[in-house]
Design a protein around this ligand. Structure first.
Ligand code: FBP
Length: 552
């Protein structure tokens, strides 16, 4: 038997909480809301999803349920790890067994590719018990293979039929749930007899809307990063000699950076969405950071913290244009072209390779390491892998140059010394906070209830999350209702709309209102490690983002 830590043993015994509607199991009645449309481009979405479009919002309520047919379900973990994935599967398993003890759950291994490759295992109660309340996705593994070709759908269907599977649960972010919707539509249109239900996962927090208040894993990941940032703040306060530039994950949206900024009151928290809205150049961002450093230096405070969202570089207009051109060009001959880009010695060579003149100039102005990071491997969606671009080092280098210039001009008298950090993988597999443990278990249980009610093309939804778990509202939201049409790699595609930080929302409003004070003064908060046992106000708090959003 593998050895376990004292916390692992204690945590295994934690009974995740559920909304009270599930107190007698997942066989529940349904409150059916109004039919839905789409997030945008409703007509096109209706044409693309004729059989699943327009379904109503569902909420579970106690009462008489329709008798559920026997369910053999398959589950897939898709994309980056997020704390609580194992609890979604545990909730799904328990929910299915509460509907009918003969129901079975299979896990497809290594992500969506497992469905096509027929790599699977049956998940029994012994296996599930080993993983309750643990971090990671290792129970069945995850992957980033995209399910979008009819051939894949047909092969997957054959594999499911061989196992008698009539329901598929995809635990993933916006892209994976977009694929879940396409799959659900296809299976329904050919009368395949397989329901498809999604669960909202991603530490990035960008799969959310009115009915999906947060994606799971965001809470835990932000708490881990905020603990580390708080520890660094203490170190900075103690040594008083370093500026720490800390990049946190969140490849498209800045929700993680914003939440960590609010939890720790770092001196500077950059928000990519604001950079884009104000069309800020890299030079302007560097100048803003340098202003705060110079003001603190006047008070002999030559230390501080800058929190940087992972995706920042893609929101700086000139960089966005460059990255988009590179994505398109490298989509064709990634290996050959990336070598030519890395060794190019003039902007005219770059233009010859297909970059526009302004993008060639921007590319050429960047340090060598950043150039290389921009042209290295793409992800399976053809995008640059932003977690591998060292934006924090780029900013440090540019701030050094700016401060040296200010020093020569006599407008800066401090001494600047820096440290860089990237917090991403440190938080993605942490043991889920009580919030995520309960939320994930409820999402999985709710997914089982949706299957029991015969639904397809829904995302499991649990709302009212700032209240105690027994008051949470579980139900389902049609996947098509979250979709719109976006231009991706030169083609119009139906996709679930990504939720970016809203600049008129309360979380950003709080940062903006305190920016001046937190910047120049030292107002750090030290959140400390996640607590699993103890008073509720220490252990059960949801993220600041969700609390502020719901306060209005
Ligand atoms: P998902 O969107 O799949 O949840 O993944 C998010 C994320 O953690 C990003 O924050 C990060 O940019 C990316 O995964 C890293 O991906 P990889 O695991 O492939 O290195």
């Amino acid at each position: 038997m593998t050895e376990k830590s004292a916390l692992q043993i204690a945590r295994a015994a934690y009974q995740a909480k559920l909304p009270s509607v599930f107190k007698n199991g997942a066989k529940v009645a349904l409150k059916v809301g109004e039919p839905t449309t789409a997030a945008d481009n409703a007509e096109q979405i209706q044409q693309l999803f004729p059989t699943t479009y327009g379904a109503p919002i569902l909420a579970f309520e106690s009462g008489e349920a329709v008798e559920a047919k026997a369910i053999n379900a398959g589950v897939i973990l898709s994309g980056g790890q997020a704390p609580g994935g194992h609890n979604v599967i545990a909730g799904l398993f328990d929910g299915l067994k509460s509907l009918n003890p003969d129901n079975k759950l299979y896990g497809f291994l290594g992500g969506p590719g497992g469905l096509v490759d027929n790599a699977y295992m049956e998940l029994t109660s012994d296996i599930i018990d080993e993983y309750r309340n643990t971090g990671g996705f290792d129970i069945i593994g995850s992957g980033r293979t995209k399910l979008e070709e009819t051939e894949q759908f047909d092969t997957g269907l054959e594999n499911m039929r061989a196992l008698g599977i009539n329901a598929l649960i995809i635990i993933g972010g916006d892209d994976s749930n977009t694929n879940a919707c396409v799959l659900a539509e296809y299976y329904k249109s050919i009368d395949a007899g397989v329901q498809v239900v999604g669960c909202p996962k991603t530490i990035d927090g960008d799969l959310k809307n009115e009915y999906i208040e947060t994606s799971f894993g965001f809470d835990t990941a932000c708490k881990v990063y905020s603990e580390l940032i708080g520890n660094i703040a203490r170190d900075a306060m103690s040594a008083k000699k370093y500026w720490h530039f800390i990049k946190v994950m969140g490849r498209s949206a800045s929700h993680i950076a914003l939440e960590c900024g609010l939890q720790t009151q770092a001196n500077i928290t950059l928000v990519s969405e604001e950079v884009e809205a104000k069309k800020q150049t890299l030079g302007e961002i560097v100048s803003g950071i340098s202003d705060v450093i110079a003001k603190r230096a006047e008070k002999n405070l030559d230390f501080g913290l800058v929190v940087i969202p992972e995706g920042l570089i893609e929101f700086v207009p000139e960089m966005k244009a460059l990255i988009s051109e590179l994505n398109d060009l490298l989509a064709h001959d990634a290996d050959g072209l990336s070598k030519q880009f890395s060794s190019a010695e003039s902007t005219s060579v770059l233009e010859g390779l297909g970059l526009t003149a302004p993008s060639a100039a921007v590319y050429f102005s960047l340090p060598n390491n950043i150039r290389e990071q921009l042209v290295m491997d793409r992800d399976p969606h053809g995008n640059v892998q932003v977690s591998r671009i060292e934006t924090e080092k780029l900013l440090i280098g540019m701030v050094e140059v700016e401060l040296a210039a200010r020093k020569s001009a006599g407008s800066y008298t401090g001494s600047f010394s820096s440290q860089n950090h990237f917090f991403g993988y440190e938080g993605r597999c942490a043991a889920p906070s009580n919030f995520d443990a309960d939320y994930c278990y409820s999402l999985g249980y709710g997914a089982a209830a949706l299957l029991g009610a015969g639904k397809t093309a829904y995302l499991s939804s649990v709302r009212n999350l700032t209240k105690p778990a027994d008051q949470w509202i579980a139900g389902g939201i049609p996947l098509t209702s979250m979709m719109n049409v976006e231009r991706r790699h030169g083609k119009d595609k139906p996709v679930i709309r990504k939720a970016l930080v809203e600049l008129d929302g309360a979380p950003f409003g709080k940062l903006a209102a305190n920016r001046e004070k937190w910047g120049v003064e030292t107002s750090f908060i030290y959140p400390g490690p996640i607590q699993y046992f103890g008073p509720s106000e220490v252990c059960d708090q949801p993220s600041k983002t969700i609390v502020l959003e719901q306060e209005g």
